[in-house]
Write a protein of this length. Structure first.
Length: 258
């Protein structure tokens, strides 16, 4: 696909998908949603780690309100079901780890797009905003699923109802995101994290992601059985053998992702 609203690059096992409508703070219009879905699916089969970030001063300002059409006829249910849900599923179902590198404001659907990733790294000046109530809507794009699980009901409810801007540091302190980096070192930080994942035991990362995500719907016995099965699969990989030999030889492991 010839992308018009994002850039796509795969280098050294890392796929970087960059939302690229900086003049509108990378707001999501129909074309960007289609291209983003294609890019995420492409990256899943082409890399050992995926990074989603934004160009300019924003990660993503959410839905492009100028692209909604007639407010009297807009079908938000269809929009979410047919265009946003596949994107969120592509992130959740991506076999390799997905990092959101939040380079600036992430608002509305843009905030929840970022939070859908496996790991969220934000620059110090970034912020998160559940802006939906300001225009008479509920949090969408997975926000009502992600926030209560990461924060608990009380914090999730407050963010949703009051629509307060949450700084990256506050989001990290609350456990909503993984890491905050100074603005000057932000890109160096997320690129180093992505490189670590791309050079790591990919089969173990795939199964770690599966185990943790499935745990949200499993009881203890189901999860223990899943752990046992997935660990058995890891034990048959080349990287497991390499990891043990490297440990015994007191040298860095050379993982190949198989």
């Amino acid at each position: 696909m010839d992308y018009q609203t994002l850039t796509y690059d795969v280098t050294d096992g890392v796929a970087v998908v960059t939302l690229n409508r900086p003049d509108v703070m990378n707001a999501l219009n129909a074309q960007m949603r289609a291209e983003l879905l294609h890019g995420l699916r492409q990256a899943a089969g082409a890399a050992r780690a995926v990074v989603l970030t934004g160009a300019g001063r924003a990660f993503c300002a959410g839905q492009d309100l100028g692209d909604t059409g007639n407010l009297n006829t807009i079908n938000l249910e269809r929009l979410l079901r047919d265009e946003y849900t596949p994107i969120l599923n592509a992130i959740a179902e991506c076999p390799v780890p997905v990092i959101s590198a939040v380079n600036g404001v992430a608002a509305g659907a843009g905030a929840n797009l970022a939070l859908a990733a496996d790991v969220v790294i934000a620059t110090d000046s970034a912020s998160f905003l559940q802006a939906f109530s300001k225009i008479g809507l509920i949090p969408d794009a997975g926000g009502t699923y992600t926030m209560p699980r990461k924060l608990g009901l009380a914090k999730a409810m407050g963010l949703a109802l009051f629509a307060d801007k949450l700084s990256a540091r506050a989001a990290s302190d609350m456990g909503l995101i993984w890491e905050v980096a100074d603005d000057a070192s932000f890109e160096t930080t997320w690129r180093a994290r992505a490189a670590y994942l791309a050079n790591g035991p990919t089969q173990a990362f795939i199964r770690t992601k599966q185990a943790l995500r499935e745990s949200l719907g499993n009881d203890m016995q189901e999860q223990l059985m899943l752990e046992a099965r997935l660990q058995g699969e890891c034990g048959r990989t080349r990287d497991f053998k390499e990891g043990v030999l490297a440990f015994l030889d007191k040298r860095p492991a050379s993982f190949e992702g198989r």
